[in-house]
Every structure is written in C-alpha cells, then in structure tokens.
Design a protein around this ligand. Structure first.
Ligand SMILES: NC(=O)c1ccc[n+]([C@@H]2O[C@H](COP(=O)([O-])OP(=O)(O)OC[C@H]3O[C@@H](n4cnc5c(N)ncnc54)[C@H](O)[C@@H]3O)[C@@H](O)[C@H]2O)c1
Ligand SMILES: C[N+](C)(C)CCCC=O
Length: 501
C-alpha cells in the first residue's frame, strides 16, 4: 500500500488504517483497552488515534507467531536468507515512502530518515548473508563416538522499541531474530506506532509465513503482557534504564533471556593534537543527530585545555548554523523533538544547568519557525553549554535532546577517570593523532562501542550494545546471532554402554 506518498507534506497526513498487525494483515485489536492520539511533532497536530492492545490480543499475537514459528524454524538458512533479501529489496524500493513516514511521525529530518532506512535494509541484507552460515560444531570423542552442536532458534521473541529510531530498531531486532528461525512480536513506542506496520507488510510481501512478524500497539501494560506471556522465549528491549530494570525483573520470573539496549551519557575525549575540523565535526555528529535524541550520543565533550577556546568557538559557530525547521524540507538538518513534554524536559535541564553555574554558549531556547503551520511544533535551538563541571545534573544525566556539555581537562589519566565516572557505559569516543594513545584510551573506556576519530557511524557489521547500566547483549554484527539462538549439544555413542551399576 502506498502510505506516505499519498500525503507527503508536513501537516497533511491522516492516520486511516489499523496499526496492529497479526497473521499477515492489519487488524484492530480484539480487546483494545483504550485509544491514544498520535501526534506529528513538526506541527503538534493530531494525525489520528489508535488502540492499545489488551491481554487477549497479545495472546492471539503469540498464538499466531507460534504457528508461524513451526513453519519458519524448519526452513534452511538459505531459504530464510532469500526471504530476508527480498524484504531488504522492497525496503530499498520503498525507501522514500518509509523515510517520509518516519519523518512525519518522529520529527527528524528527511535527510536523516533516509539514512535510517538505508541502515535498516542493510541490516536485513547482512543477516540474510549470515543465515546460511548458522551452524554447529562436530566434536570427536574416544572410540569413534562423537558429539555435535546445533544452533537452534529460541521460539517466539518479543521486541519492544523506543521512539527515536522506530523503523531501524525494529529491523535491528527482527533481522537477526528471523535469520535464526524465530518468530517476533514487536511493540513500538506509542509515540511512533506507524512505520513498523509497514515493515510487517513488507515481511509478508517478501514471503514470511503469516504470523511470523506481528505488531501489537500499546504502552507499559501491553509490554507487560508480552514479557509475562508463558509462550514468549525472549525479550529484546530498547529504551530507558528504569524500564529496562522492569523488563529484566519480569523476564527473570520466566527465566527468559533478555537483550537490553538502554540509555547513556557517553564521553567524547578531544586531545589537543586532534585535527580541529574533524574533532568539531565529530562533536556535532555525537550530539545533534535526531535532535540529540540518540542513546549513544557523546554528550560529555572533554576538551584538552590547550584547544578549549579554539574548539568551543568553532563548535558554537557551527551549531548556530544548523538549519532547524520543517523536517520534510531537503535542507533542514534539525527537525522537531518527539513531544511537548519531552521538549519541556530538555529545556528544564538547561534551566537547571544555568542555575548550577553552566554558561549557555548558544541555543537552548524554544524555536518557532516562520512557517505558520509549524508554530505548534516541538522545536528548540541546539545548545552548547560551557563552564560545565562533572557534578552538574546536565553532565550526569541523560538529557536526550540537543544539548552538548563541554568539560575541560588536562591529562589523559585525569580524563579517563572522569569519563568512566558514570553508571552508564554505552559508547565513548576519542580524537587524537597519537595512535598509541587512541588505542590506550579506548581500551580503558568502560563502554560497549568506542569510536576513534569519528562518532556515531554505525555499519551493521559492528556489534552494538552497552556496558554497565547501559545494558547487555548485542545487536548487529555476528554477535547478534548469539542473542537470538540457543546451543544444543548432541552426544552420540558408537560403542556399547558401560554401566557403573
Ligand atoms: N541503547 C540503545 O540502543 C537505545 C536506542 C534508542 C533509545 N534508547 C534509550 O531509550 C530511551 C528513550 O526511549 P523511550 O522514552 O521510548 O524509553 P521507555 O523506556 O520509556 O520506553 C521504551 C519502550 O518500552 C515500553 N514500556 C514502557 N514501560 C514498560 C513496561 N513496564 N513493560 C514493558 N514495556 C514498557 C514503551 O511503551 C516503549 O515501547 C532513552 O533512555 C534512550 O537512551 C536506547
Ligand atoms: C544509528 N545511530 C546513530 C548509531 C543510533 C543508534 C540507535 C540509538 O539510539
């Protein structure tokens, strides 16, 4: 179905179709508990309403996924690979339509949304490539006996996603899950319910059995029904630390494996020998993609004192030039934040930072575009904070908005101590021309994904995930296979059985 193309101008899209997907079709949930509005962040307009799913609908989705799992898990890796490749091809073909929908529902610029959709189909292609290579081992034992291992699917997996990368997060979870032979039920964030249903339609069109990828819409209660369902074998969650803790507690009751992709407050360390232009570009990429609503952002920017002034001046100049506005316009580089309460929360962090002694070097206030249809959108000017200290709230807590905190440092030893002084551990970065120092620094960083002389690039071949309270498990890369499969050992006796009894 053409979706966004029928109405691809900001302020015009209307939600007309059901957003649950079960057994190969869009449906209304059988026990929709209540309906919620879905907003367009760029305009603040209500685009329509959708129903939150109750326990019965969750159970129907699980039963339908179980039936599809029986078929899909019996297919060879190569057979699954062909279907995933076809899904990747359809996403490529519908790239503009999906990116437009993502922009309308999330508020990020169309420029960025296209990149998200590219990473999404690349993820499907990558796991299609691995599907045929999923294999066990043969182990020789004495007397001609032997053993072998089988890497088997887990069953019905649940994916629960955040609102910042709605389509991409669904692909990062479903591609390895399906490649390994699992079924998946996906629950997107209620703030961004739309694009994942397009993914479900694409999987059906590509040839997955009906029910293999179902979508249930809802919030915390729906998520809980999913996590607590006895026929669910695994939960993969992307979201905040407090919700991650709840997911882990619920999964513990059923001894269900979990993958937790949680928040961060990552350090970006810029040494004085860096190429200044690259370091500035890196800091912008580390802070302002998707209006700063990125889990792995390097929001604590540690700058060696010798270049503090030059770096800060350039970062501020470049930040002030970021084009904010209608996210569907080609030259927009920063769109609208996800919601009014979230915008107010981010602005609240800036007020508090000022109270605690930080200096606003640029931005940090609401932005009202000239275009009248955007006047109720959730925009703000990206902010750079100077005079920051490690004990300030803006430096300690995840803001999840376009706010960069600059922190001076003097020595490598000092900055590493400060960089690791956080309960988070998702990402980290270093800019330097000294290669020994670069590798020494990333080896010492307590973070799951580290960047040397760049930031926030994410080829799907690379495992992604956190240390410490940023979670565990990995998405993407070969490592992703381990988190959607289980190992069976088969021991084969070729001789007679000797009994000790
Ligand atoms: N590490 C990563 O890969 C990654 C990626 C994107 C976002 N994030 C993190 O996500 C957070 C922002 O996203 P958010 O505001 O959507 O997070 P959130 O934790 O509020 O919600 C995430 C998802 O969990 C669901 N949920 C909420 N309560 C639940 C419960 N009790 N049981 C089951 N499901 C429940 C929500 O409906 C949503 O789908 C940030 O902290 C960000 O860093 C992490
Ligand atoms: C694609 N990025 C920019 C690495 C973001 C990954 C998802 C985190 O929120």
């Amino acid at each position: 179905l053409p979706f966004a193309t029928m109405s691809s101008k900001t302020g015009t899209f209307l939600l007309q179709q059901p957003l649950n997907y079960r057994a190969g079709a869009r449906i209304q949930p059988v026990d929709g508990s209540h309906s919620e509005e879905v907003n367009e962040p760029a305009t603040g307009r209500v685009m329509g309403k959708f129903l939150f799913s109750g326990e019965k609908e969750v159970d129907l989705a699980v039963q339908s996924a179980k039936a599809a799992f029986k078929i899909w898990s019996q297919k060879s890796g190569m057979e699954r690979s062909r279907v995933l490749l076809e899904a990747a091809r359809i996403i490529r073909e519908r790239r503009e339509e999906i990116a437009t929908m993502e922009t309308i529902n999330n508020g990020k610029s169309i420029f960025e949304a296209r990149v998200d959709i590219d990473i999404s189909w690349q993820c499907l292609e990558y796991y299609a490539g691995l599907a045929g290579a999923i294999a066990g081992q043969h182990i020789q034992l004495p007397g001609g006996s032997f053993a072998y291992t089988r890497r088997e699917a887990l069953g019905v997996c649940v994916g629960i996603g955040a609102w910042n990368y709605p389509f991409q997060i669904a692909c990062w979870k479903s591609a390895p899950a399906l490649a390994c032979g699992n079924a998946m039920i996906y629950k997107p964030s209620p703030l961004t319910p739309i694009s994942v249903v397009m993914l479900a339609e694409i999987f059906t069109q590509a040839g997955v059995p009906n029910g293999l990828f179902n979508v249930v819409q809802g919030g915390a209660a729906t998520g809980q029904f999913l996590c607590q369902h006895q026929d669910v074998s695994k939960v993969s969650f992307t979201g905040s630390v407090p919700t991650g803790i709840k997911i882990m507690e619920m999964s513990a009751k059923g001894i269900k494996p979990v993958t937790l992709e949680l928040g961060g407050k990552s350090p970006l360390i810029i040494f004085s020998d860096s190429i200044l232009e690259n370091a500035v570009n890196g800091a912008l990429m580390a802070n302002f993609l998707t209006q700063g609503e990125v889990c792995c952002n390097g929001t604590r920017v540690f700058v060696q004192r010798e270049i503090l002034e030059a770096f800060t001046k350039e970062v501020v100049k470049r930040t002030q030039k970021i084009k904010i506005g209608d996210p569907l316009l080609e030259d927009t580089r920063m769109g609208a934040l996800i919601s009014r309460p979230h915008l107010e929360r981010v602005l609240g962090f800036i007020t508090q930072a000022k109270e605690q002694g930080a200096k606003v070097l640029c931005g940090g206030e609401p932005y009202v575009p000239d275009d009248p249809k955007l006047k109720n959108g959730y925009y703000m000017r990206p902010c750079v904070l100077g005079d920051c200290r490690d004990d300030m709230t803006c430096v300690k807590e995840e803001i999840f908005g376009p706010v960069m905190s600059i922190l001076p440092f003097d020595t490598e030893e000092e900055v590493l101590e400060r960089a690791n002084n956080t309960t988070f551990g998702l990402a980290g970065g270093v800019f330097t021309r000294d290669i020994q120092r670069a590798h020494r620094v990333v080896a010492a960083l307590q973070a799951g994904i580290c960047f040397i002389n760049n930031y926030n690039v994410s080829p799907v071949e690379l495992p992604f995930g956190g240390y410490k309270m940023s979670g565990f498990g990995r998405e993407n890369g070969q490592a992703g296979i381990e988190y959607y499969s289980q190992l069976k050992t088969v021991c084969v006796e070729m001789g007679d059985v000797e009994s000790v009894f």
